[in-house]
Design a protein around this ligand. Structure first.
Ligand SMILES: [Cu+2]
Length: 267
């Protein structure tokens, strides 16, 4: 067998690195970024990818080299094992610990930006939506053509179709009507579980107009695969036109003195 095993292990290294290089060249890397907080998330992702990539290449390379050099054919004498090295143990404990500590501190701002600094419902610059996940669709509730808070007359509804204005902070109240789902907007770098009985705030600021995917990324039943929708990021005027059109369709048949919409108790 000689050097067979060393070459086999070299393949792991070449294949592992090759897939990444090919993926980047073929354009099947991360989906195009279109949100403000996504910049920090992508930077973090690339940092960790490079860090683990370099360690992967170094360890796989070392393993290949040792297998190559000390293969049984050219080294008929059995190997002699050495046990216990205090220095080595200290080094391989401190190095990863320090690296993890550094990542823990380095990621704090990106995490706070997307998970802790919740925008205010009553901020006039925030677009508020409610999205209810259910088997197997996304039900979107808009506050009406004048925006503002939810729970007022004239609300608008869509299914699997989210429209938001560009460059505005969007705050989504995420709920589930049945089982666990996961609200996933790959281009916004947003992914959040929708949990029955909970109202979970999710927010992002889209900075690029376009049409993007909305997917459920939690296996939620037989129809999980088709629980898809669309996020349209458009100019302020297009967004208004969309709401007005929706209002015409949905509220046209309402009697002049419409009764007040019942309060949503789950808020
Ligand atoms: Cu789902």
């Amino acid at each position: 067998m000689g050097k067979f095993w060393s070459l086999l292990f070299l393949m792991v290294l070449l294949f592992g690195v090759g897939v990444f290089v090919w993926g980047a060249a073929a354009g099947i890397w991360l989906p195009p970024l279109a949100s403000e907080a996504g910049i920090g998330i992508d930077r973090l992702f690339m940092f960790i990818l490079w860090l683990t990539g370099v360690v992967f290449i170094a360890t796989e390379g070392a393993m290949f080299w040792f297998l190559w050099k000390y293969n049984s054919e050219s080294n008929p004498k059995p190997a002699r094992f050495v046990h216990g090295s205090h220095t080595l143990e200290v080094v391989w404990t401190i190095l990863p610990a320090a690296t993890l500590l550094f990542i823990a501190i380095y990621q704090m701002n990106a995490w706070a930006e997307s998970k802790m600094r919740v925008p205010k419902d009553d901020d006039p610059n925030v677009v508020v939506l409610e999205i209810r996940a259910r088997q197997f669709e996304w039900r979107v509730r808009y506050p009406g053509i004048h925006g503002g808070k939810l729970g007022q007359p004239g609300e608008l509804f869509t299914v699997n179709d989210i429209h938001v204005p560009v460059n505005k902070m969007v705050l989504v109240h995420l709920k589930s009507e049945d089982v666990l789902h996961s609200f996933f907007l790959p281009n916004m770098r947003v992914k959040q579980d929708a949990v029955p009985g909970m109202n979970i705030p999710v927010w992002f600021r889209p900075v690029e107009e376009g049409t993007y995917d909305l997917a459920c990324s939690q296996l939620c039943g037989w129809g999980h695969y088709k629980m898809m929708g669309r996020l349209t990021v458009e100019s302020e005027s297009d967004y208004r036109a969309f709401l007005e059109d929706l209002d015409r369709k949905q509220n046209a048949t309402m009697p002049p003195a419409a009764p007040k919409v019942a309060e949503d108790k789950s808020e």
